[in-house]
Design a protein around this ligand. Structure first.
Ligand code: MTE
Ligand code: MO
Length: 417
C-alpha cells in the first residue's frame, strides 16, 4: 500500500463517520434546493431568487463529489470490514450509484449548451428518476437509523441471558426473539408511509415521461382543460390537421412566473405598436382571420426537457412587422405577455427569421391557456424562454439590447440553440 493511502487511512473510523455526516448534510441541501427548482410554485414566488438557488444547487452538487472520492479511497478497508454484512454493503452500493448518477446527470444539465438537448434530456430523466427512487430511500435510511429507533435494551437482554445463574433456565432452549420488534415495526411504518406519499407522484412522473417517448397524451389533457373562451375557434389548415409533424413527441412542463391567466373575447386583443408606421390592433374575431402558415419544429427548454416535432400554425412574425411598417429608428422587437409580467425581445435582424411565428394552434388544436394560448410566440432556433406565452403586444423599440425577464435573472442573452 502506498504511503499516501496509508496516511489517508489513518484515523479511519473517525474519517468514515465524518464523511457520512458531510454527505448527509450535502444531500439534505441538494434535496431541498432541488425540490424547490422542480416545483413550479416557486417559479412564481421566487422569480429571480430561483437563479440563486440554482447556483447553490450546482455548486453544492459539484462539491458533493468530494466526500465520494474521499470515501472511495477508504473503501477497500471498509469493504473488508463489511464482509459479513451484505445489507450494509448493498446500502453503500446504492448510495454510491445514487450520488454518482446525480453528479453525472447534473453535469449534463448544468452544461446543457455544451452537450446539446439530446444529452440534457437524458440527464434530466436520469436526475428525476434517481430523485424519485433515491430520495425516499435516503429518507427511509435516515429515519430508520436515528438513535431513538434503536432498541437500547436489546444487547443488554442478550447479555443478561448468558449470565443468568439459574441452571434450569440456562439449560433450556433460548426463548425466541419476538418476530415484531419495535424497530422492524417502525421501519415498516416508515416504508409504507413513504410508499403512500411518494408512490402516486412517482407513478405519475413515470407515466408522463414514458408517454413522452411514445407520442404524448398529456398535451391532450391540457387541451381538454383549456380555460380560454375565445369564439370563434380557429379552423386548422390541412397541414395542421394531419398534423404535418406527425404529432409532437414529449410533454411540455407548464412553466410560468405568474398565476396562469385565461382569456375571452372581452379581455383579449393583439397590438403592434412603438416605432411603426401603422399601429395595429385586432380583436379575436379579426385576429383569427389573418393569414396563417404551418411549421414543424422542436422546442427546447434550458432546464433539460424538449418536445420534438411540434406542428405550429400561426402568423409569421415578419408578415406582422411588414404590415405595421417598421421605422428606421427601430432596433428591437419587444414582446409583452398577457400575464402582465413576462417580456422578451429579439433584435430586428433576428425577428425577420422566416420560422418565427405568433402561434395560434399546436398539432391542429388551439393552444390551451396552460401552454400560452390563445397566442404564443415560437422562436424555433432559440431556447424556449424566448417563446413568450400569452403574447398580446409587440412593440418596436430603439434599444438594441432590451433585457427580458429571465435574462434579467441570469439566463444568457444568447439564446441560440
Ligand atoms: N409569459 C411567460 N412566457 C414564458 C415563460 C413564462 O414563465 N411566462 N417561460 C418560458 C420558458 S423558460 C419556457 S421553457 C417556456 C415553457 O413553455 P410551456 O409552459 O408551454 O411548456 O415558456 C417560456 N415563455
Ligand atoms: Mo425554459
Amino acid at each position: 500500500m502506498s504511503d499516501w493511502l496509508r496516511k489517508i487511512q489513518r484515523g479511519y473510523g473517525k474519517k468514515l463517520a465524518s464523511i457520512h455526516a458531510w454527505n448527509g448534510g450535502i444531500v439534505v441541501i441538494l434535496a431541498v434546493t432541488g425540490l424547490i427548482l422542480l416545483g413550479g410554485f416557486w417559479r412564481e414566488v421566487l422569480g429571480g431568487g430561483r437563479q440563486w438557488i440554482k447556483w447553490l444547487h450546482i455548486v453544492i452538487g459539484l462539491a458533493s463529489i468530494a466526500p465520494v472520492i474521499y470515501y472511495l479511497l477508504l473503501a477497500g478497508k471498509h469493504w473488508k470490514q463489511l464482509k459479513s454484512r451484505p445489507w450494509q454493503k448493498l446500502n453503500v452500493l446504492i448510495v454510491l450509484v445514487l450520488l454518482l448518477g446525480w453528479f453525472g446527470s447534473g453535469i449534463l444539465l448544468w452544461q446543457y449548451r455544451a452537450v446539446g438537448p439530446a444529452f440534457s434530456n437524458a440527464g434530466l430523466i436520469i436526475h428525476d428518476l434517481l430523485t424519485w427512487v433515491g430520495l425516499p430511500y435516503m429518507i427511509y435510511h435516515s429515519l430508520t437509523r436515528t438513535k431513538w429507533l434503536k432498541e437500547p435494551n436489546r444487547r443488554a437482554v442478550k447479555f443478561e441471558r448468558k449470565t443468568v445463574t439459574d441452571p434450569s433456565a440456562a439449560a433450556g432452549p433460548a426463548s425466541p426473539q419476538p418476530v415484531y420488534t419495535r424497530r422492524s415495526f417502525i421501519k415498516g411504518a416508515v416504508g409504507v408511509g413513504l410508499a403512500v406519499t411518494v408512490g402516486p407522484s412517482f407513478l405519475k412522473w413515470m407515466g408522463s415521461s414514458l408517454s413522452g417517448f411514445s407520442g404524448s397524451s398529456s398535451t391532450n389533457d391540457l387541451v381538454l382543460a383549456d380555460k380560454n373562451q375565445l369564439i370563434p375557434a380557429p379552423q386548422p389548415l390541412p397541414d395542421s390537421l394531419i398534423p404535418a409533424g406527425g404529432g409532437a413527441r414529449g410533454n411540455f412542463r407548464v412553466f410560468t412566473v405568474t398565476p396562469i391567466p385565461s382569456f375571452n373575447n372581452d379581455n383579449w386583443s393583439f397590438t403592434v405598436d412603438g416605432l411603426v408606421d401603422h399601429k395595429l390592433n385586432w380583436n379575436w374575431e379579426q385576429f383569427v382571420r389573418l393569414k396563417r402558415t404551418v411549421q414543424v419544429s422542436d422546442f427546447h427548454c434550458i432546464t433539460g426537457w424538449s418536445v420534438y416535432s411540434n406542428t405550429w400554425e400561426g402568423i409569421k412574425l415578419k408578415e406582422l412587422l411588414d404590415m405595421a411598417g417598421v421605422q428606421r429608428a427601430a432596433r428591437s422587437v419587444k414582446f409583452y405577455s398577457g400575464d402582465g409580467v413576462y417580456t422578451d425581445s429579439l433584435t430586428l435582424e433576428q425577428a425577420y427569421m422566416d420560422d418565427i411565428m405568433i402561434a395560434v394552434m399546436h398539432d391542429g388544436k388551439p393552444i390551451p391557456n396552460d401552454l400560452g394560448g390563445p397566442v404564443r410566440l415560437i422562436v424555433p432556433k432559440m431556447y424556449a424562454y424566448k417563446s413568450v406565452k400569452w403574447v398580446k403586444r409587440i412593440e418596436l423599440i430603439e434599444d438594441p439590447d432590451y433585457t427580458g425577464y429571465w435574462e434579467e435573472r441570469g439566463y444568457s442573452k444568447n439564446a441560440w440553440i
